[in-house]
Design a protein around this ligand. Sequence first.
Ligand SMILES: NC(=O)c1ccc[n+]([C@@H]2O[C@H](COP(=O)([O-])OP(=O)(O)OC[C@H]3O[C@@H](n4cnc5c(N)ncnc54)[C@H](O)[C@@H]3O)[C@@H](O)[C@H]2O)c1
Length: 259
Amino acid sequence: MRVALVTGGARGIGAATVRKLAEDGWAVLACDIAADIPELGYPMASEAELHELVASSDGTVKAHVADVRDADAMHAAVAEAEREWGRIDAAVACAGAIAGGVPLWEMPTGAERAVLEVNLVGSMNLARAAIPVLLRQPEPRSGRFLAVASTAATHGLPMLASYCAAKAGVVGLVRALAAELGCTGVTANAVSPGSTSTPILEESARLYGLPDTEEFAQHQSVNRLLEPAEIANVLAFMAGQDSSAMNGSVVSVDGGFSL
Ligand SMILES: NC(=O)c1ccc[n+]([C@@H]2O[C@H](COP(=O)([O-])OP(=O)(O)OC[C@H]3O[C@@H](n4cnc5c(N)ncnc54)[C@H](O)[C@@H]3O)[C@@H](O)[C@H]2O)c1
């Protein structure tokens, strides 16, 4: 049985990834802050959502409350997965948060820092905690570090400068990790989702003063919003042993946003 740790696992793309991996026979530690971040203008997932996800699984999903901004908490989460299942095979940095709605120079610094710390530092903290454990496995290894970037990593989206900077940082992080991991058998890759129906997209609509999220569908050639499960399907493939030829890849899962 392969073992994964997924941050941001209580809802949205993270929860869909936890479900998909569990369906595929993985044991999964679903990590989430499960509490609000005062500097941000919308709620994070609740502890109830995290526990509902676990209750709906067949016993191979465990909940773990942890803030990705806290490096020690990421070490503790990895240790918890190892204690429970004896190993980890994949670490998925999915926790993310957004703020903006004003140009960078008008952005409150607290919100700016929160966006950088959750999206970028949080991914670095998970990599720092999980990769040594992935490397500790005997050869041939097939450990996977995965991060969730965004189309915002490669497009200048107005009023979302700190989010764009953080996600571009995630792409840079994954590429550098891939080079560092070299021929170890452990790989680092990212997905860049397009507009997907989750609370972060609802917050993006609010930041742009839009009545709802439907406007975002027009920027994707499929002309619809994506479902979290569609991103999770790709992440689950990338977490598996069959993705061994991918290292430093940033896979667009964006319904044709980047055409
Ligand atoms: N939905 C989209 O359109 C979209 C597009 C591109 C990229 N993304 C990225 O996908 C990832 C998942 O987002 P989502 O769409 O599911 O949004 P979401 O808001 O539903 O989920 C984000 C999850 O991260 C958790 N989280 C936030 N801060 C945390 C922290 N400090 N520590 C631990 N957990 C924390 C939240 O509680 C929540 O469960 C994010 O990295 C996001 O930036 C989303």
